[in-house]
Write a protein that binds this ligand. Structure first.
Ligand SMILES: Nc1nc2c(ncn2[C@@H]2O[C@H](COP(=O)(O)OP(=O)(O)OP(=O)(O)O)[C@@H](O)[C@H]2O)c(=O)[nH]1
Ligand SMILES: [Mg+2]
Length: 599
């Protein structure tokens, strides 16, 4: 066992008294005061100390300190904002809302045992039948425990299925993060955690494969704590339940933990209200046509209803429960398969019911029109945009995803960023780093950013092509830095609203075309005279004729007497080429410009 694994985690607030610290680490206040003195700090028992100081003492006394702020981060995201499907409950009167089964998404790294765990829980055996043992689709099942229904969604752990994990996390009341005790926190564990915490979903950890000899639960708990999931036995808020899908050990405890979280969470719907939910999967079957798995989230779905999901619609011809039995209706939190849609809607699409297929078509047409306007209007989430939202009272935090080259860079950047927060007109804008990891910015980072209105900061890393394309289409801002202080400075400036860059083309020199030459292999070159200012090889140039701008382009060559030069000053003659323009005429005016940030 590693040394780190033997340390106990302790969650420490920003400020606390010496007495409170002593209580947290179950030490005598005298020992704490002695430890402080050893570090050159004279403090009385009721004196406040800050996190940094407390962390030193805690570490000296054998604890692994965790800032409370980082631990609380997960809880701060308002689920109503992060989970679009919660809009189904908007407009429902509180008195009509009744308890519904919790929807629990099972997330985790590939092969850590999500499907096995679910199988064990529902005494079936799906793993054996799956292609290559890898879960390809979200499976949805309802089980009964202590007379209460629970709805489970299985998700695949393979790295290719980011979107499914994101959706799974977004549609859930609770996430069970499955971590194999013999393998520990792996890339998709981290990613799943990020998705769940970005969606504001409470997380219960299932520490699986405890039956294996190589299981190292304490070391894995340490990794979880490092991730921000501090086990409750260490003073944190995350329930970490050791289990084995193989032997069934701990499964009762896991279900118990889920019920505890359920009782702490608002999980209600109106079974008589407006029908809506999420498409879990959909496919075309040769004999039955389009088969769609839906999770009903509000209202009661009935056979014969007309369903509208994105651009897919149709009357429900038949409806089946998880055992393939025909059912006539399905209430909130129930997964069902339906037959009757005209096309398979993409997984993750929200559905609702409408009065007729005619109405469905009318809504689809109207949406198509709106889509044209809104895609043009879609504002990228930039630092500037965020500040504007903050000013308007719409944003409370700057959400950041950090990617860096090495683990050693992450720590100092995260810490410096977390210290930046500003208060203005009684509201506070703070930095919320929802994910930080090493490696290039990839598509999954962009999807997470898009789902959580975050910007991505890359420190000494590149951006994958796929990520770049996705960022363009989703309107996600990616900022890259090579110097830490520059990065911090920019974010700080953004938080203070100073970063509203206005770029202007500043004219640095004006020349006139006196002669046009044709040079073999090069084409037309403008022989110019620099009237005032200067022209630079690295600047842009505008061609003006009759006071109108004919062309703007990059300077592609600047020559004096056949020699390439970097710049030309007032009064000199020179030869000029501009990218994408050859149609020079005598008397044309050339303006050299540079792009400059004016604020
Ligand atoms: N010894 C042991 N093996 C387990 C346990 N749980 C799962 N396994 C094995 O681990 C392998 C992967 O299990 P799955 O349930 O398919 O894992 P998964 O997380 O659903 O995998 P993906 O869906 O591919 O992401 C299988 O060979 C299981 O038999 C456990 O508790 N103990
Ligand atoms: Mg699986």
């Amino acid at each position: 066992m590693t040394e780190a694994a033997q340390q106990r985690g302790v969650v420490i607030p920003d400020y606390l008294t010496v007495r409170e610290l002593a209580e947290l680490i179950e030490a005598s206040p005298i020992d704490v005061i002695k430890e402080l003195m050893a570090n050159g700090i004279m403090a009385s028992i009721n004196q406040q100390i800050d996190y940094e100081t407390a962390a030193i003492v805690a570490a000296e006394m054998g604890f692994e300190p965790q800032p409370e702020a980082a631990v609380a981060e997960e809880a701060e995201v308002a689920p109503e904002e992060a989970q679009v499907w919660r809009r189904f409950y908007q407009g429902e009167k509180p008195e009509n809302m009744v308890d519904r089964p919790p929807v629990i998404t099972v997330l985790g790294h590939v092969d850590h045992g999500k499907t096995s765990l679910l199988d064990r829980i529902r005494h079936a055996n799906v793993t054996a039948g799956e292609a290559g043992g890898i879960t390809q689709h979200i499976g949805a099942y309802q089980i009964e425990h202590e007379g209460r229904l629970l709805t489970f969604l299985d998700t695949p752990g393979h790295e290719a299925f980011t979107a499914m994990r994101a959706r799974g996390a977004q549609g859930a009341d609770i996430a069970v993060l499955v971590v194999a005790a013999d393998d520990g926190v792996m890339p998709q564990t981290r990613e799943a955690y990020n998705h769940a915490s970005a969606a504001g979903v409470p997380i219960v950890v299932a520490l699986n494969k405890m039956d294996r000899a190589q299981a190292r639960p304490e070391a894995v708990k340490q990794q979880l704590a490092d991730l921000g999931l501090v086990p409750d036995e260490w003073g944190g808020t995350t329930m970490v339940v050791p289990v084995s899908a193989q032997t069934g050990e701990g499964l009762e405890d896991l279900l118990e933990a889920i019920l505890l979280v359920t009782d702490d969470t608002f999980i209600k719907a109106n079974p008589k209200g407006k029908v809506g939910g999420t498409v879990l999967e959909s496919e075309m079957e040769r004999n039955r046509g389009v088969i769609t798995t839906l999770l009903v989230q509000n209202g009661t779905l009935r056979r014969g209803d007309t369903v509208l999901a994105g651009t897919a619609y149709g009357r429900i011809k038949a409806m089946f429960n998880q055992f393939g039995e025909q059912v006539k209706e399905a209430g909130p939190s129930t997964p069902v398969q339906i037959m009757g849609l005209n096309e398979p809607p993409p997984a993750g699409t929200l559905f609702e019911t409408v009065s007729s297929e005619k109405e469905a078509r009318a809504i689809i047409d109207q949406r198509a029109d709106e889509a044209v306007t809104s895609s043009a209007a879609r504002e990228p989430m930039t630092l500037e945009e965020l500040y504007a939202r903050f000013k308007a009272g719409e944003a409370k935090e700057l959400t950041i995803i950090l990617k860096a080259d090495v683990q050693g860079s992450i720590e100092p950047i995260v810490q410096s960023l977390q210290r930046l927060s500003v208060t203005e007109d009684d509201h506070e804008l703070s930095v919320n780093i929802i994910a930080s990891d090493i490696g290039n910015v990839n598509e999954s980072d962009v999807m997470l950013a898009s789902a959580s209105d975050a910007i991505i900061i890359g420190f000494q890393v590149d951006v994958d092509n796929a990520a770049r394309r996705r960022a363009d289409s989703e309107g996600v801002e990616i900022r890259r830095y090579d110097i830490i202080y520059k990065l911090i400075e920019d974010v700080e400036a953004a938080l203070e609203g100073l970063l509203e860059p206005v770029y202007e083309d500043r004219v640095i020199g004006t020349a006139e075309v006196r002669q046009v030459f044709t040079i073999p292999r090069i084409g037309k070159v403008a022989g110019c005279y620099m009237r005032e200012g200067e022209g630079r090889r690295d600047s842009q140039a505008r061609v003006l004729r009759d006071h109108r701008v004919l062309h703007k382009g990059r300077v592609s060559s600047l020559k004096r007497f056949q020699e390439d030069v970097r710049e030309v000053r007032t009064g000199f003659e020179f030869g000029l080429n501009i990218d994408g323009f050859t149609d020079f005429q005598e008397g044309d005016i050339i303006q050299f410009t540079v792009r400059e940030r004016v604020t």
